[in-house]
Design a protein around this ligand. Structure first.
Ligand SMILES: *Cc1c(COP(=O)(O)O)cnc(C)c1O
Length: 396
């Protein structure tokens, strides 16, 4: 991770094909585009990789989540249960849809804890949004059965886990809708990009309309197209889709490199006493973008992360101190510092997060993740593993 480390002539060739016609818009211009439809092609690739019946490519993952919620009819007065360990885009897009984010807890899978979801369900709960953090699935069987029993929607934020699977089924395709991100730091990148997958034709069509001002895309003359409801402009460009096409063709190679490098690193770190690896609900389905583990205490995690960085192990995260991924440092959210006035439906429904305490603190404060590089040769991975094991051993 990330896929841009493997940019080569293929990305250039794809982009050149778009520039040869100059048609950067994904819709219309049939006469001029010489049958080049990069966004459509990328959607076909996403369907192939995930087995989903429908895929919609959009501007980014945040837009994908917002659009998926809108397509599912989630909005004002509705609550969406999400984990405290994610990227801020999860609560931002729930709010953008007009719904209220309700933050539950994470568990040792680093994803949403099913038991905690039960605690936070209210009569206003409309959807549950697990986030498959760091490339691997959460406890989807349990979450799915909670949603079935209570008639709630399951919307997967699979933005960090395109390519991951859960008992052989690609994540993103298990809920009513799933969202991926292809932003610059993800394993497969469009530069900026995102996607929604679903097996429901109706949800797909609603998302397709919503992400393009309501256009029904029923004919070739945009001016004459119908619109059922208004939407936004969350369209992807052909240039971004073209880049993504070159990247998705390399995805199997990315996964096998990462899996092998992670295996080498994990084997070595298994020798270190007193660390416990993150629980993987489906080890075979892990994208292997990170190796994550828990140390006995918060202090030791902080020292471990520092020691790893000092030893030259790149891409080390102690998420508890990170401003973007754990609720502890989301002061903007906790103190309600929003750019504009927020609807009272959202604000009144929100808990007072200045007072909330999180059981997840114990877990996330002890968690350290090491990014698995696509650039490592097996020898690099081994030498990194040896450095890491020595550095952690000294701290613990
Ligand atoms: C990257 C990411 C997003 C948002 O995707 P963008 O394409 O950057 O908008 C949402 N959720 C999670 C968990 C992410 O990691």
């Amino acid at each position: 991770m990330p896929g841009w480390e493997f940019f080569d002539e293929n990305e250039k060739k794809q982009i050149d094909e778009v520039m040869e016609t100059g048609i950067i818009m994904r819709f219309g211009f049939e006469g001029q585009r010489k049958a080049r439809w990069k966004a459509r092609e990328m959607e076909a690739e996403i369907r192939k990789k995930t087995g989903a019946a429908h895929a919609l490519l959009l501007a980014d993952g945040t837009a994908a989540i917002t659009t998926a919620l809108a397509a599912l009819g989630v909005g004002a007065g509705d609550e969406v249960i999400m984990p405290p360990f994610t990227f801020v885009a999860t609560f931002e897009s729930i709010m953008a849809a007009g719904a209220t984010p309700v933050v539950a807890e994470a568990d040792d899978t680093l994803c949403l804890s099913p038991e905690s979801v039960l605690e936070y369900i209210t009569p206003r709960t409309k959807a549950v949004m697990p986030v498959h953090m760091c490339g691997a699935a959460g406890r989807l069987d349990e979450l799915r059965s909670i949603c079935r029993d209570r008639n709630l929607l399951l919307v997967e934020d699979a933005c960090q886990a395109f390519g991951a699977s859960y008992h052989g089924v690609p994540v993103g395709t298990i809920g009513d809708a799933g969202c991926y991100s292809f932003d610059f730091n993800k394993m497969v990148t469009c530069g900026e990009g995102g996607a929604i997958v679903t097996n429901s034709r109706e949800i797909y069509e609603r998302a397709d309309m919503y992400h393009d001002h309501g256009h029904d895309h029923a004919q070739n003359d945009r001016g004459a197209e119908g619109h059922v409801f208004p939407g936004y402009n969350y369209r992807i460009t052909e240039l971004h889709a073209a880049l993504g096409l070159a990247q998705i063709a390399k995805m199997d190679r990315f996964m096998s490199i990462q899996r092998e490098n992670k295996r080498i690193l994990k084997e070595k770190l298994s020798e270190v006493k007193d660390i416990r690896f993150r629980t993987l609900t489906d080890p075979e389905g892990d994208c292997a973008t990170f190796l994550s583990f828990f140390t006995p205490t918060e202090d030791k995690a902080r020292k471990t992360a520092a020691a790893l960085k000092e030893a030259g192990v790149g891409g080390v995260f102690h998420w508890y101190d990170n401003n973007w991924h754990y609720i502890r440092n989301w002061s903007l959210f906790i103190e309600r510092n929003f750019a504009h006035k927020i609807g009272s439906d959202i604000l009144n429904g929100m808990a007072d997060y200045t007072k909330r305490t999180f059981k997840s603190d114990d877990l996330i404060s002890r968690c350290v993740s090491i990014t698995i590089s696509l650039k490592w040769s097996p020898d690099d991975a081994l030498s990194c593993a040896e450095k890491a094991a020595a550095a952690i051993g000294k701290v613990l």
